[in-house]
Design a protein around this ligand. Structure first.
Ligand code: XIL
Length: 328
């Protein structure tokens, strides 16, 4: 049967994956699947600030460059992830994203330098940049990160988009976040942010819905939500999709349900179909290829969740893969 990328090509949709650079070129099967099934790639980690400038003033682009070269060789587009975030910052800048020993003026200067340097380095090679990642909490309040504190508010967001646009005017610039799939305080806050950025003529082109879903929660009203952002003139994208479920019975009596895989298939299907139903939805990206290398079991471990991707731990396609194939 046809690959996901081949099935999506005629409708102009890119099917992406987050690539683990430790496996690229070393794990043959993983590398082949990454090349054959997907038409877009995101660096799972190697474009994050802690990776590209661990030592202040010394840039290490090698791993990211290797991913870009892999993408070119395989006619894939690249999602750049991510420029401004409170996690995975270099130690010299901040250990937790909320505190720093640098002054406000220094923080402003290093953010500008970082954005200009990174976007210039990859100029012409990045299709979509996640300029801002996770700037709001689940209540729709702006996170009080080192960026927020240095600017004394959310003004850093407009500046970041302007600097990124200056450095690569052709890249599509995104705001990206999780728990944005539902209409609710968080997505309402981002909706208002986009409106206000547009009113100030800030170059924002899209909104990324990470899509880290779990069968323990009801399915979000994703389609309505994608549509309202599209109506603002934004591209939309599913940027980090995974659908986790409980994988171990435990003391608090979490149900391990034999039917869970079917629930997961349904979540995957509805998520892809929402994207297919919205013309402005330009890419659909699972956050990784297979369950052996997913971030989920490590992150969501109490109670234990996992089995969140479309290939199993031996890199065989699961029912979730076949559901996507059928829906495309
Ligand atoms: C995760 C990676 O998958 C892990 O390998 C890493 O240890 C932590 O970050 N939202 C994001 C991604 O925007 O960058 C995160 O990726 C998952 C949550």
């Amino acid at each position: 049967a046809d690959s996901l990328r081949a099935l999506a090509a005629p409708i102009g949709l890119r099917i992406g994956t987050a690539v683990n650079s430790d496996l690229l070129g070393t794990d043959e099967k993983y590398t082949r699947i990454a090349a054959e099934q997907f038409s877009s790639v995101t660096a799972e980690n190697v474009m994050k600030w802690s990776e590209v400038e661990a030592v202040r003033g010394t840039y290490t682009w090698e791993k990211a460059d290797q991913l870009v070269a892999f993408a070119k060789k395989n006619r894939q587009l690249v999602r750049g992830h991510t420029l401004v975030w409170h996690n995975q910052l270099p130690a010299w800048l901040s250990s937790d994203g909320y505190t720093t020993t640098l002054s406000n003026e220094e923080v402003k200067a290093v953010l500008k330098k970082h954005i200009l340097a990174q976007v210039r380095h990859f100029k012409g090679d990045i299709w979509q940049w996640d300029v801002i990642n996770e700037a709001f909490d689940d209540n729709g309040q702006p996170r009080q990160t080192i960026w927020y504190k240095a600017w004394g508010g959310t003004g850093y967001i407009a500046d970041a988009f302007r600097w990124a646009h200056e450095a690569d005017p052709r890249a599509l610039l995104f705001y990206n976040d999780y728990n944005l799939e539902f209409t609710g305080p968080k997505s309402n806050a981002v909706y208002e942010l986009v409106k206000s950025l547009k009113a100030q003529r800030v170059p924002i082109h899209g909104v990324g819905f990470q899509g880290h879903l779990s069968t323990q929660y009801g399915y979000p009203d994703l389609l309505n939500n994608l549509e309202r952002f599209a109506a603002l003139g934004q591209k939309v994208a599913l940027t980090e999709v995974d659908v986790r479920t409980f994988t171990k019975p435990d003391a608090v009596n979490v149900p391990v349900n034999d039917l869970a895989p079917y629930a997961q298939e349904s979540y995957w299907s509805r998520t892809l179909k929402a994207c297919l139903a919205v013309r402005a939805c330009i890419s659909f990206t699972p956050w990784g290829i297979d369950d052996a290398h997913s971030w989920v079991p490590g992150w969501f471990s109490d109670p234990q969740e996992g089995a969140a991707l479309i290939y199993d731990e031996q890199l065989n396609p699961k029912g979730q893969y076949h559901v996507l194939q059928q829906d495309l």
